[in-house]
Design a protein around this ligand. Structure first.
Ligand code: NAD
Ligand code: ZN
Length: 360
């Protein structure tokens, strides 16, 4: 069955505006995530609660600008002086060149260290703008306004920022937490369906590793809604709060990525789609090792099929060799992530030599 989720287009449900809130509490800071249909129309109301200076610099990409730059600028203009910088869309913009370009434009527009950046866009804009925010003047505040599914349910929280360099993804970066994250799920209505499916990969992953309720919601609905985004974010929240600087627990977010990465490189699937396929492979390996419960495997595979992931069969054993050569492997041990039962998972270290792969 092919079901593409779509977002409830109504601003109100039963006459009431629904606002969801989540707090991220870290050692030295905390911040709010607000989810509200139609939030962009009155975004200044939220920004005013954390920023009272005069100037705001919006950083966005050309795709997102087409739909939302005017709307957001207009909603801010009564309260702030608004400047904007539009960069080309796509991963190629997470580069040193684009980083330098954005910094240069900001300085030309006379940005000061107590001004605010607004990251309006998907994960690319979030990562780049966050990195600029961490480094320009040794740190200026930013607010995330994620507009893609992936950025709304995942990348906009947790404070990982960065750019690609020397052929390596996210190799230059910093931890920099936003002042606030403002999510308007109505922006998902203009997202390309292929980006949607890719975001669904990471969303289903969150259910698989940490939220049985989210899996049930995904089984029973065909419509994206703010509760699904909230449940997904709550998994990331828990991991980020337990492991702010990515030293252990956050590793669980790599479920599906070990094999997914190999598949992405080999066949060129979009990242989240490859993660979906990688999850199926990890589920099979977990089953073979007796770590993964059969019900969990069946339910997660069913959800992936429901949300239009490619029905391809790759045998995980054929990709162990690629996994061994992945850059993340430490001292000959690979930390696999296996789902144990629905909504639960373990970090499962296996020594290279125990994988039975000829590495000569
Ligand atoms: N920092 C983190 O924790 C973290 C986590 C996961 C992924 N990431 C990064 O996120 C990036 C991927 O994010 P992404 O999938 O959002 O990619 P993206 O930012 O490239 O967005 C995908 C495409 O959708 C367009 N788009 C975004 N919102 C839209 C909207 N509402 N309407 C129409 N078009 C819209 C964009 O212009 C782009 O073409 C990668 O660089 C990845 O490394 C970061
Ligand atoms: Zn991922």
């Amino acid at each position: 069955m092919r079901i593409i989720p779509f977002f409830n287009k109504n601003k109100e449900r039963d006459g009431e505006i629904i606002v969801k809130e989540l707090n991220i509490n870290l050692t030295h800071t905390s911040y709010k995530i607000i989810i509200e249909n139609g939030l962009l129309d009155h975004i200044a109301d939220y920004i005013k609660t954390v920023y009272t200076n005069k100037k705001i610099f919006i950083i966005t990409d050309d795709n997102v600008a087409k739909y939302y730059l005017k709307k957001v600028s207009k909603a801010l203009e009564d309260s702030y002086i608004v400047e904007s910088i539009v960069i080309p869309h796509g991963e190629a913009s997470k580069s040193l060149t684009e980083y330098a370009h954005v910094c240069e434009e900001l300085l030309k527009k006379d940005i000061r260290r107590n001004h605010l950046l607004l990251a309006l866009g998907g994960g690319v804009i979030g990562d780049l703008c966050g990195f600029v925010s961490s480094s320009l003047y040794r740190g200026i505040p930013y607010i995330g306004v994620p507009t893609s599914l992936l950025s709304q349910m995942d990348s906009s929280i947790g404070g990982k920022t960065g750019i690609d360099f020397f052929g390596r993804k996210n190799i230059l970066g910093a931890f920099k937490q936003p002042k606030m994250v403002l999510i308007d799920p109505l922006t998902l209505n203009t997202l390309d369906p292929s980006e949607y499916t890719s975001g669904m990969g990471e969303l289903i992953k969150h259910g698989a590793i940490g939220n049985k309720k989210l899996l049930t919601m995904l089984m029973n609905t065909q419509e994206m809604n703010e509760d699904i985004i909230l449940e997904s974010l709550s998994v990331k929240k828990k991991m980020v709060e337990m492991d702010e600087f990515d030293m252990g627990e956050r590793m669980k977010l790599n479920f599906g990525h070990t094999f997914g990465h190999a598949i992405e490189l080999k066949y060129g699937y979009k990242h989240g789609v490859a993660v979906g396929i990688g999850m199926k492979m990890a589920l099979q390996m977990g089953l073979d090792l007796g770590v993964t419960d059969k019900e969990a495997c069946d339910v997660i595979c069913h959800i992936l099929d429901k949300y239009s992931f490619p029905q391809v069969e790759y045998n995980y054993k054929d990709y162990l060799h690629d996994v061994i050569y992945d850059k993340k492997n430490l001292a000959g041990t690979i930390n696999f992530i296996f789902v144990t039962k629905l909504g639960e998972c373990v970090i499962y270290p296996i020594k290279e030599e125990e994988l039975g792969v000829d590495t000569k």
